[in-house]
Design a protein. Structure first.
Length: 312
């Protein structure tokens, strides 16, 4: 019997902080390209990995720039989740986890009457949220977790993954993978535990050991934050024998603040368990083929390639 389910895409947006601060004209170009190509790519959800802006509550105009761009997604009816990065917090985590401005522009009010948006860890606070979608006949859970997710947040994430055991799970959080193909750990630059205001922060290795490895329905984790290398990734088996793909990506320190580059995850249900990743630059209008940019990710245990990749 023929499988007529369509290939679909998930768009992943890493750090846009320099666009908001210095190259605001690129922000709407990126957003419009995604909207214009959403039908052809069968885009099901857009996931922003944090650092939407650069200066926290010190520059509200950056939030306006980002919000105007993201409004295009709302108007097109494309589900969208954004996890907060350290630069999105009011004081950039110098003193505490205040996220007033981010919630003002990207808070729960944006998701009113969106059936796919299912809730938050703390009422009225968007920093930890989740969405549920049925995509080509299969259920998916998307989890967005705060910067350096605290133990109580990881427990909440555990409960959601357990309650949605039949769903494939993708997690986004701002800092998790380091730029050398390892999860963030003590000694790494910009480890979340180094931020005075990030009380109770867990780094990437903590999150894997305490939570993520336990869940057989988790297929991928995406993060940004680090800023010297551009892409790194790894695959590990969870405790249930499931391969979990984990990826870092961030172009903020390249020309023009990264030029709005995005990653496009493509999955064909008939080929699952596997997916591919590509990099598109909407500023130049081209797909890019640098090492590590195009990746085939097998998620069947016997086919999975356990790896630590730090493309050069």
């Amino acid at each position: 019997m023929a499988d007529n389910r369509r290939e679909f895409s998930i768009v992943i947006i890493p750090d846009t902080q320099i666009l908001a601060a210095k190259y605001p004209s690129i922000y709407p170009v990126k957003a419009q390209w995604i909207v214009d190509n959403a039908a052809d790519l069968n885009v099901q959800i857009i996931l922003h990995l944090g650092d939407v802006v650069d200066d926290g509550a010190d520059d509200e105009e950056q939030f306006r720039i980002a919000a105007q761009a993201f409004e295009k997604f709302d108007q097109a009816g494309i589900p969208f989740l954004a996890t907060p990065g350290n630069h999105d917090y009011d004081n950039q985590l110098k003193t505490d986890r205040s996220l007033t401005m981010f919630n003002r522009y990207f808070g729960t009010h944006r998701y009113a009457n969106r059936p796919w948006f299912k809730g938050t860890y703390e009422e009225g606070k968007i920093e930890n949220s989740y969405a549920v979608l049925e995509i080509e006949g299969e259920p998916y859970l998307f989890l967005s977790l705060e910067f350096g997710a605290r133990d109580e947040v990881l427990a909440w994430a555990d409960s959601l993954m357990e309650a949605h055991s039949s769903h494939k799970v993708i997690i986004i959080t701002h800092t998790y993978m380091y730029q050398h193909g390892e999860r963030t750990k003590p000694g790494d630059n910009h480890n979340p535990k180094l931020y005075k205001g990030a009380a109770g922060a867990n780094d990437g290795e903590d999150m894997w050991q305490k939570s993520f490895r336990k869940h057989g329905n988790l297929i991928a984790v995406f993060s940004g934050h680090h800023d010297r290398e551009l892409v790194s990734y790894r695959t590990d088996f969870g405790d249930c024998g499931n391969p979990v793909f984990q990826s870092f990506q961030n172009w903020q320190c390249t020309d023009n603040g990264g030029e709005g580059r995005i990653r496009i995850l493509k999955m064909k249900p008939s080929d699952f368990p596997s997916f591919s990743l590509d990099v598109y630059n909407p500023h130049t209008g081209s797909y890019e083929t640098n090492p590590g940019y195009s990746v085939e990710v097998p998620l069947k245990r016997e086919d999975a390639v356990l790896n630590i990749r730090h493309p050069r």
